[in-house]
Design a protein around this ligand. Structure first.
Ligand code: SAH
Length: 350
């Protein structure tokens, strides 16, 4: 198999097989890697015009009913101090983020049923009354009727990662649920007209390169609007505490290959990448990523939203942090989006 021809063919619209994606993932030669990254960058430039979207994320509750084996928020972690932001406080944070320039807000939490269908509706309406802000919900697996109501209330997007498409591995890591239900939720969200964000982790214990190839091809089959691909990071209060972290290099390759195949998709340089190494966050912008998410909730909550360990650095205002990211993006020769950054596919379909 000629890797260079394969990359060219995918750029021209050819959909690779699992074996071909696997071959792309496991070739380590530097000249090949730079060819892959430049091809991914060229596609990003063509479809996304070198513009990076900065999204604000409000991590509003760290209560969780689930027991995901990798996640620090899992219900069995008794060492974590739990918090919930009141709907009013969430809307106030959204207003501050809007004033700082944010036009997309991601509302993320553990799976916390304290936030009933009605409470989430109230939050969506409160944020929508501030101005033209796109809302992405990321609150896990809920009933079809919940998703339906929130879409009616004005929620635009939903982020729910499939985490790993290897069914045995998925079900082992999520004893409270199963892959089938995860995929059912993703299909429901699509049917309801959400812009759907999916994604997966790289380097989960037991995951193979073949699994990662299948993960990428699954994103293509589901025809997602966004995909968050991040390295697994072990958390000391989980059963995977002694496992090795996923590789940033492999993660960036997975992002680049995803960009070659799903040209119009939004691809974040995920927080997990930046957490392991700031340089790799930047590198992702030169390898297919066109989105970045910054936390905007008060620091007292950020410290407790510990899905994996991370150093939060010095406290700054939402505005300062956004400005710093804007400067970084400009220094890389890219521009900062000023609009909501809806999915290209979604806009074309309207
Ligand atoms: N409850 C929501 C949000 C989950 S946390 C939901 O179920 O969708 C958001 C994402 O963090 C997860 O989808 C997972 O991909 C990632 N994550 C969780 N623990 C992680 C870890 N230890 N290392 C890397 N990523 C992790």
């Amino acid at each position: 198999m000629n890797i260079y021809n394969l990359i060219d063919d995918i750029c021209q619209g050819y959909t690779p097989t699992k074996e071909e994606v696997e071959a792309l993932l496991c070739t380590y030669e530097p000249s090949y890697n730079s060819y892959l990254f430049s091809a991914a960058q060229a596609i990003t430039k063509k479809y996304h015009d070198n513009i990076i979207h900065i999204r604000g994320i409000i991590e509003f509750s760290n209560y969780c009913r689930c027991s995901c084996a990798y996640c620090g928020l899992n219900a069995a972690n008794k060492k974590l101090k739990r918090y919930r932001m009141e709907p009013k406080e969430i809307v106030e944070t959204a207003k501050e983020a809007y004033d700082a320039g944010y036009r997309t807000l991601v509302l993320q939490s553990g799976e916390d049923l304290w936030y009933t269908r009605e409470k989430i509706s109230e939050i969506i309406k409160g944020i929508k009354s501030i101005g033209d802000i796109a809302i992405t919900l990321s609150v896990g697996e809920r009933d079809y009727e919940d998703y339906k109501q929130w879409r009616k209330d004005g929620a635009d997007r939903f982020l729910l990662k499939h985490e790993t498409i290897n069914e045995n591995l998925y079900n082992k890591l999520h004893t409270h649920s199963n892959l089938e239900n995860r995929i059912r939720c993703l299909n429901n969200l699509k049917e309801l007209g959400y812009q759907v964000g999916d994604g997966f982790m790289v380097g989960l214990p037991g995951q193979t390169l073949g699994d990662i190839a299948e993960d990428i091809l699954f994103l293509n089959r589901l025809d997602v609007d966004m995909a968050g691909i991040g390295p697994f990071i072990p958390h000391p209060h989980t059963e995977l505490k002694s496992a090795e972290a996923g590789s940033n290099e492999m993660t960036i390759k997975a992002v680049a290959i995803t960009r070659l195949i799903l040209k119009k998709v939004h691809l974040p340089a995920t927080t997990a990448l930046w957490t392991l190494n700031t340089e790799d966050g930047k590198k992702a912008f030169d390898s297919g990523a066109n989105v970045v998410m910054l936390k905007v909730e008060p620091y007292k909550y950020r410290r407790l939203y510990e899905i994996y360990p991370k150093n939060l650095g010095n406290e700054n205002s939402i505005k300062q942090e956004r400005l710093r990211m804007e400067e970084l993006i400009l220094s890389l020769g890219k521009q900062v989006a000023q609009d909501r950054g809806d999915s290209i596919k979604f806009l074309e379909g309207q």
